[in-house]
Design a protein around this ligand. Structure first.
Ligand code: CMC
Length: 436
């Protein structure tokens, strides 16, 4: 690029070589140009104007956000400015929920009130159980919970009043509170076990574990190490800025759908193996590899591009995912209680190879949040079908915060991308008996 030695200005000079016209486009904070500023670039007045083509939004910001900051080059993740490492070590999931939703850490009174509200909204309407009974015993837990969340919108028709902040807050509390109940019910349905109702005196994760695993005893108390490990995992999964499911939540919410319907859509986006379904896919992959002896063959197929190493790679992180570091430490704490997960050796060996070999190093393929989380979930007794659900419960908070931020943002409108039409031009309809 030629340096013309001009006075520095926060603008971009663009010459359209089709017309010889020059344009000056403003550069905003964060090296951002507004796509609409390019619309003025036209060959003639009838022209639509220039637009950006960006499949999969790899270089397009769709919003300004104050919730979560990721510095992918340096492996940094912060919620509302607080480093994920500090929150995982010192905070609790419900405190982090409050932080993400409200923007600040709560005072003790604020936290107590929030915990109280979440605790007292954990029950789901009994008709949800009738809905659950319609699913086959082997229905995937994610399908059951996604459908149950969508069904909740019919129980709370007032949730449609999305521009009323007080109304929104009630729905947010309901969703955060009921997700563990719906998830536990899905698990019990799958196992053919009676549903266990929420217990208000237990912690968020303690209550969840009770609803999942209490069998044949009046009182079940989760091991405190496992209860805390799940709380930490929930903190790590609470939000991750404009990922596939958060974008889905915003896009659906932008048409002013109620939050239950939008959240069911976000869950559907999370379900895929390239996103939140990756934790399940990792476990299936480790099981398939079966033994460290089989790793070389498996890695050959990855290098040939036939397979993906699930739990590796990330659109934003081009360094070690900071959540994976914390999860690895948590895994060791959990295994001290549950005994080692035999798949850990395979996982460690895969990571060792990937961190050294050119194929992975050149493509910045580091372990992501999903690589070790499944090993912990399995050691805690969860079947693989529950893994994406365990991602969806805490991510509910992020989705809701992103949804609220979108609704309050005066610049946002109904989401509606453009396309570059490359299909047929106009042609005349031919009756079926005249088609060749
Ligand atoms: N294993 C092997 N090769 C990979 C992998 C992988 N896991 N991920 C990316 N690559 C290769 C890919 O083949 C491509 O190679 P080439 O340039 O030779 O064509 C290159 O790396 C870039 O890949 P990409 O698909 O363009 O990258 P992306 O940013 O579009 O995809 C990703 C990101 C997460 C979808 C992808 O890395 C992947 O499929 N990972 C496995 C699934 C996974 O673990 N997902 C969980 C993500 S973290 C949890 C969450 O927030 O959802």
């Amino acid at each position: 690029m030629e340096d013309r030695g001009a006075e520095p200005r926060n603008t971009l000079s663009v010459r359209d070589n089709r017309t010889g016209k020059d344009y000056e486009i403003d550069i905003h904070e964060g090296d951002v140009v507004r796509a609409m500023d390019f619309r003025q670039i036209k060959v003639n007045e009838d022209d639509f104007g220039m637009m950006a083509y960006d499949p999969a939004f790899t270089n397009t910001a769709s919003t300004r956000s104050r919730i979560t900051e990721i510095d992918g080059a340096n492996g940094i993740l912060r919620y509302r400015g607080y480093p994920i490492e500090q929150l995982a070590e010192k905070s609790s999931f419900l405190e982090v929920c409050y932080l993400i939703l409200k923007g600040e850490l709560p005072s003790q009174d604020e936290l107590d009130e929030f915990v109280h509200h979440v605790t007292f909204h954990t029950y789901a309407h009994e008709n949800i159980i009738k809905l659950l009974n319609g699913f086959r015993y082997d229905a995937h837990a994610m399908g059951i919970v996604t459908s149950s969340v969508a069904a909740l919108s019919t129980f709370y028709p007032e949730a449609k009043e999305v521009h009323d902040p007080e109304n929104r807050w009630i729905q947010i509390i309901r969703l955060v509170a009921k997700m563990p109940t719906l998830a536990a019910f899905a698990y019990r349905h799958h196992r053919g076990l009676p549903y266990i109702y929420p217990e208000n005196e237990l912690s968020y994760t303690g209550n969840f574990l009770n609803m999942l695993f209490r069998i044949g005893v009046k009182e079940y108390r989760a091991n405190p190490v496992l209860e805390r490990a799940l709380d930490v995992l929930f903190i790590l999964h609470a939000d991750h800025e404009q990922n596939c499911s958060a974008t889905t939540m915003r896009v659906i919410g932008s048409s002013e759908s109620d939050p239950y319907s939008a959240l069911a859509g976000a869950m559907a986006a999370l379900y895929g193996p390239l996103h939140g379904g990756a934790n399940e896919a990792v476990l299936r992959m480790l099981n398939e590899i079966g033994h460290t002896d089989n790793i070389p063959d498996f890695m050959d197929s990855v290098r040939r591009g036939e397979r993906r190493l699930m739990g590796f790679g990330h659109r934003v992180y081009k360094a070690y995912d900071p959540r994976a570091n914390i999860i690895k430490k948590t895994a060791h704490e959990v295994f001290e209680v549950t005994g080692n997960n035999p798949l850990l050796d395979i996982a460690l060996e895969l990571e060792k190879i990937a961190l050294q070999e050119d194929y992975f190093v050149e493509r910045n393929l580091y372990p992501n949040v999903d690589f070790y989380s499944g090993l912990i979930y399995q050691a805690m007794g969860f079947p693989v079908e529950m893994f994406p659900v365990l991602f969806a419960i805490p991510r509910t908070v992020g989705w809701l915060a992103q949804w609220e931020e979108m609704l309050e943002d005066k610049e946002q409108k109904i989401a509606r991308p453009r396309q570059v039409y490359v299909g047929e031009g106009q042609r005349d309809y031919v009756p079926v008996d005249q088609r060749g």
